[in-house]
Design a protein around this ligand. Structure first.
Ligand SMILES: C[S@@+](CC[C@H](N)C(=O)[O-])C[C@H]1O[C@@H](n2cnc3c(N)ncnc32)[C@H](O)[C@@H]1O
Length: 265
């Protein structure tokens, strides 16, 4: 079985998303993004657009390019009661769909910041922000394992189908704990996979498709807990793909940074 180190995995993920955004292919309604070397049941693909659960009003309020180049697995804003003046951080912001929607909620007195490690995505997101005339938006090139964000600077962390792609999830959640204000919340839509065969986990080509790096749900929630976040709640769960007996699901998870000191493990 081949094993890959973190840098090899990140390079493969970056290359994949650079290719997608350059060629302007649409992820989950095309046959390209979700194709893999293993046989993922294609019957589930058509559901992705609905799984995203954005309203028509939301989708028509931002540039079409941001919608067409979105690669998420849910709408992380669905369970977030974001207020005017809040600071929202999107991990792996891609071409900007959730940042642009969050920017509308936080208004002129708030800010929406996106981090992504793929330069082409950052370029695309900045273009979309300009097209949307969004002044309270910023996109930073960087990795979510070491976020280019000040400590205790954000009220909300959102993320859409990204943390599964990170080889070191503990670092991601530790960083989330660091940058959240006390009382701040994490709300992510992501992929988890129970009983995934080792053979599939070891295939680097399936990392970028949100399969190989997906943790079993219990491990995912444990990683959030270990970082010091509390009140962890799974809001919803739906099938993402079927690979033999493995259950690959899209989940929405919320957690809170408590209002007291904690040294993450
Ligand atoms: C599946 S796409 C989702 C993009 C966006 N959230 C959306 O809903 O359209 C994954 C994105 O995460 C970014 N990404 C993956 N791993 C990352 C990491 N470790 N640090 C920063 N960005 C990462 C990729 O560059 C890509 O833009």
């Amino acid at each position: 079985m081949t094993t890959h180190n973190a840098e090899q995995i990140k390079a493969a993920v970056r290359e994949h998303y650079t290719g997608l955004v350059k060629s302007d292919e649409v992820c989950c309604s095309s046959s390209n993004c979700c194709d893999t070397e293993i046989n993922i049941e294609t019957s589930l693909k058509g559901e992705f657009a609905n799984q995203n659960q954005y309203t028509d009003v939301q989708l028509s309020s931002i540039p079409a390019d941001a919608v067409e180049n979105s690669f998420g697995c849910g709408n992380p804003l669905m369970y977030a009661d974001i207020c005017e003046g809040d600071v929202v951080l999107d991990l792996g912001s891609g071409s900007g769909i959730d940042v642009l929607l969050a920017a509308q909620l936080v208004g002129e007195s708030g800010r929406a910041i996106g981090i992504d490690m793929t330069p082409e995505m950052i370029k695309k997101a900045r273009k979309n922000a300009e097209a949307a005339d969004a002044k309270n938006v910023e996109f930073r090139l960087g990795e979510i394992e070491s976020m280019p964000i000040e400590s205790e600077g954000v009220d909300w962390i959102i993320s859409n189908c990204v943390i599964n792609l990170a080889p070191d999830k503990d670092s991601v959640f530790r960083e989330a704990h660091r940058v959240l204000k006390p009382g701040g919340k994490l709300l992510v839509s992501d992929i988890v996979a129970n009983h995934l065969p080792k053979r599939v986990r070891s295939m680097i080509s399936n990392w970028a498709n949100c399969i190989s790096g997906a943790l079993p749900e219990a491990q995912y929630l444990d990683a959030i807990r270990r970082a010091g976040l509390e009140e962890i709640q799974v809001f919803s769960k739906s099938a993402y793909a079927k690979i033999g007996k493995a259950e690959v699901a899209s989940i929405k998870v919320g957690a809170l940074k408590p209002n007291r000191n904690y040294t993450p493990q």
